[in-house]
Write a protein that binds this ligand. Sequence first.
Ligand SMILES: [Zn+2]
Length: 84
Amino acid sequence: MTLRAYRMPETACPGCGEVVTVAAFVAQNDRAPRPGDVVVCKVCLAVGSYDQRLHIRSLDLASLFPADRAEIEKVLAYLRASLN
Ligand SMILES: [Zn+2]
């Protein structure tokens, strides 16, 4: 896995309003973020997804398939532990 950072269209976190211009993540494949990808805010840990313009919109975890939700909750648990 490789840590990558991509310059993104300016958008704001739907959870805290933080202005976001960069997406950084551990990529398992070599591609830039695209519409539908899940994103977690590094400030407030709100979960969202990219819309067609690559702006972040809220994402209700309850709307996801259980396996997808479990995967995101693992990531959130890791991030919460690493921030404390
Ligand atoms: Zn946020």
